[in-house]
Design a protein around this ligand. Structure first.
Ligand code: PMT
Length: 408
């Protein structure tokens, strides 16, 4: 934590008295700490205590005596490398989940791009209220890290879940979360995502239900773990992860051309895209009129991009996905062999809770020499983490360097 800029936000809750020691933990670890408090937090402990401990003025409102900064919430938001909300009341959790900004703390939290760590502490009934559970789920989905509240003696005088964990536990949990693995550093990872589209006429096309979520999660995780990432994507509404090379393509031929060019010096290539297997033989140049009761399109088979990469493969680690609706493992296993892959990720797209367009997935990893490895249902981001863990283990097993940090 040395030299990290840490913004600590205190919100209303009796656990504010323990948050004082969270501030101390960060100061002891030589972080630069600035504290902001809601009006309710200021009723629990004084800003003076936290100013003394953090060695910085405490933000209590947009305008404070002696303040020279005209937009203090943005200054704090931009300054911070991480934002810690401790204790986090049900109210601030609800505001964060819904993007509300009606005081200094909620406005700065909305404005900051820093990773956010939320430590809920509240009455057990408030914690288990469906509204709070929903808001926590929304925040988790948005990538906010939420620490599990402890079970124990609550301020109300009885035992329950909702207690704030000890300050040392909070500090060590945040430190662990911040220690991002850099195990893909120096490696070039090429990922394809979303569906390709094939034109029927100037206004219509053929495609599939892929949203790009699985492929974008893979690209994002690879980037965070230090890789040089190339994302080749069909049309998608998702935000492009920052710091990667991005190719926006439309049809299969365009995806094939870019995948082949990027594959040459790749270390790892993953085809998560749902490629249109067929294209219209001769797309109409004018809009097709609706004056016939039926319409017949002649389709021709598209090239199999992955199979071609499998034939060209040298030392690259090549991963395919299989979108199956029946005999998932048997059909996936056939694709693993036929396309000369190092790993195949099989998913059951007949299910509505995983696969196309969903936030979660549940997959089985198939490899030529090992037993199939089923992974539990989890967010696509978590699945992406596990896929890379497995790729790294397999590359290590076959004696390849963990990263190209050493000369190639
Ligand atoms: O994008 P999401 O909404 O998050 O959905 C994720 C997903 C379901 C699309 C993804 O998890 C997935 O399964 N992607 C592969 C979809 C697919 O095309 O499967 P397939 O079994 O038809 O093809 C097998 C493999 O060959 C795939 O890696 C595919 O990219 C590749 N392929 C297929 C056909 C083709 N002409 N060229 C190819 O390269």
């Amino acid at each position: 934590m040395e030299n990290k800029n840490v913004a600590i936000y205190l919100t209303g809750g009796i656990a504010c008295y323990k948050a004082v020691n969270v501030v101390r933990e960060f100061v002891k670890a030589k972080a630069n700490v600035k504290v902001a408090m809601t009006a309710s937090a200021q009723k629990m402990i004084t800003p003076l205590t936290l100013a003394a401990l953090s060695q910085n003025p405490v933000y209590t409102d947009f305008e404070m005596p002696g303040q020279t900064d005209f937009v203090p919430h943005i200054s704090l938001a931009d300054w911070s490398d991480l934002a810690v909300v401790v204790p986090a009341s049900a109210n601030i959790i609800a505001k964060m989940a819904n993007g509300l900004a009606d005081d200094f703390v909620s406005t700065a939290l909305l404005a900051t791009a820093a990773p956010k760590f939320v430590i809920p502490a509240m009455n057990d009934k408030m914690l288990s209220n469906p509204a709070t559970s929903r808001n926590i789920a929304v925040l988790k989905d948005d990538g906010v890290k939420i620490m599990e509240p402890a079970y124990g003696f609550l301020a109300e005088g009885y035992d329950g879940k909702g207690r704030m964990p000890q300050p040392e536990e909070i500090f060590s949990w945040i430190s662990q979360q911040m220690a991002v693995k850099q195990d893909l550093k120096g490696l070039k990872v090429v990922v394809s995502a979303a569906g390709t589209i094939e034109k029927i006429d100037p206004v219509r096309y053929l495609t599939n239900f892929s949203s790009g979520k699985m492929g974008y999660a893979l690209a994002e995780v690879a980037k965070r773990r230090g890789a040089e990432v190339v994302l080749v994507s069909g049309p998608s509404n998702l935000q492009v992860p920052v710091g990667i090379k991005y190719h926006a393509i439309k049809n299969t031929t365009q995806m094939q051309n870019i995948m082949q060019a990027e594959f040459v010096d790749a270390d790892i290539a993953i085809m998560a895209a749902a490629v249109s297997d067929y294209r219209v033989k001769e797309p109409a140049t004018e809009k097709i009129k609706k004056d016939t009761p039926t319409l017949t399109l002649e389709l021709v088979k598209n090239p199999d991009i992955l199979k071609k990469l499998g034939q060209q493969k040298k030392s690259q680690f090549l991963v395919g996905f299989a979108a199956e609706t029946q005999d998932v493992l048997a059909n996936g296993g056939k694709k693993l062999i036929a396309k000369n892959l190092d790993m195949l990720v099989a998913n059951d797209v007949a299910r509505t809770d995983i696969g196309f367009g969903t936030k979660d997935n549940e997959v089985t990893l198939l490899t030529p020499k090992r037993q199939p490895k089923p992974l539990p249902k989890a967010s696509k981001r978590q699945i992406a983490e596990w896929i890379f863990d497995e790729i790294i283990a397999l590359r290590q097993e076959r004696g390849e360097k963990l990263s190209n940090a050493m000369p190639k």
